[in-house]
Ligand binder design. Structure first.
Ligand code: 13P
Length: 342
């Protein structure tokens, strides 16, 4: 492990004013997203759509890295160039989703554990040759009656730490993503409790595997009431509670934190990030690693007419990336939405 190299890449991922685009949707998730806009989810359509994203002129101004799927890191542009090479030319880092998805957790109905450690060392070596400089592993935590269980938190935190150690062994920066799902009727207080327990256990396990935190990025979910909760959370509540849980649970020497959007509205995800960054000095940079909250308008436009709308889809991508870049510096205002090009 080359701690200096890891820390240098992690710093580049979270450099001021930039964030990550998550474009690593699995075939199943892609199917759902494409079905919603009436486009057949073929390999060629996934490639063409992702080419529209990755080749958007100017995204390098707001985006430091893109998380790719196994399929995409092996694909090429219509001109025969690998996507990783295209990104490298723009000074954007390529990342790779390496978990193998979730399975039911034994003895714990309704809870999940993320798999993918078997053979991971060998897969990471290959991804490195394909151009990946960072990786992502997502764990899923559900809030509900007697959930999350200690068993679910422990199993997922342990897997995250084992994954992170394997990444660092070959100088790939691990993004650790313990996502507390927004689905459900839970209150913001319940989300706070679950997030605190998950984060504390995850950092205990990382310490247990001797993972160097200066070369790790946390991809966090915000502390927020469930989508079906009677009382929805305000921007101020989300910002205050998320910062509180992070300060209590995340060591100050971690390289940085990026957020997932998790089903929040596009502007809501931007507003919440902005509020956190406006709230004063924090031990780590806070930025974005959104999939839906950046791609929603892009996919819609592209799906209407892939060739005629390519420019407008890319303009939408650029706009949401710029808004989130401003939010990562606490400089966003909802007034700016009036200038959006879609
Ligand atoms: P969303 O922003 O759509 O939640 O996706 C982020 C992500 O990468 C989940 O793993």
């Amino acid at each position: 492990m080359d701690e200096r190299k890891l820390s240098q890449v992690a710093k580049q991922m979270i450099v001021s004013g930039k964030g990550l685009i998550a474009a690593d949707e699995s075939a199943g998730t892609c199917q759902k997203r494409f079905d919603a806009v009436g486009v057949p989810c073929t390999e060629e359509n996934r490639r063409a759509y992702r080419q529209t994203l990755l080749m958007a002129p100017g995204i390098e101004e707001y985006v430091s890295g893109v998380i790719l799927h196994d399929e995409t890191i092996r694909q090429e542009t219509s001109d025969g160039e690998s996507f990783a090479a295209v990104l490298e030319k723009k000074g954007i880092l390529s990342g790779i989703k390496v978990d193998a998805g979730t399975k039911d957790l034994a003895l714990h109905p309704d809870e999940k554990v993320t798999e993918g450690l078997d053979g991971l060392r060998e897969r990471l070596v290959e991804y490195k040759t394909l151009g990946a400089q960072f990786a992502k592993w997502r764990a899923v935590i559900t809030i509900g009656k007697d959930m999350p269980s200690g068993a679910c938190i422990h199993a997922n935190a342990h897997a995250l730490a084992r994954y992170a150690a394997l990444c660092q062994e070959i100088d790939i920066v691990p993004i650790i993503e313990p996502e507390v799902l927004i689905d459900g009727e839970h209150s913001i207080e319940q989300c706070y409790e679950a997030s605190a327990a998950v984060l504390k256990k995850t950092f205990d396990e990382l310490a247990g595997q001797d993972v160097a935190l200066g070369g790790v990025i946390l991809k966090a979910s915000m502390v927020i009431a469930g989508k079906k909760a009677a009382k929805q959370s305000s921007i101020e509540e989300v910002a205050t509670q998320t910062i509180k849980v992070l300060k209590e649970s995340v060591p100050a020497n971690l390289a940085g934190i990026v957020f997932l959007s998790g089903g929040q509205g596009d502007e809501q995800a931007t507003e919440n990030l902005n509020a956190m960054n406006k709230s004063g000095k924090l031990p780590w940079p806070l930025s974005f690693s959104y999939s839906r909250a950046i791609q929603n308008p892009v996919l819609k436009l592209w799906a209407e007419n892939p060739s005629a709308n390519m420019g407008s889809a890319q303009a939408a991508l650029l706009f949401r990336s710029k808004m989130n870049s401003l939010a990562s510096q606490g400089k966003y205002s909802s007034e700016m939405e009036k200038t959006r090009p879609y």
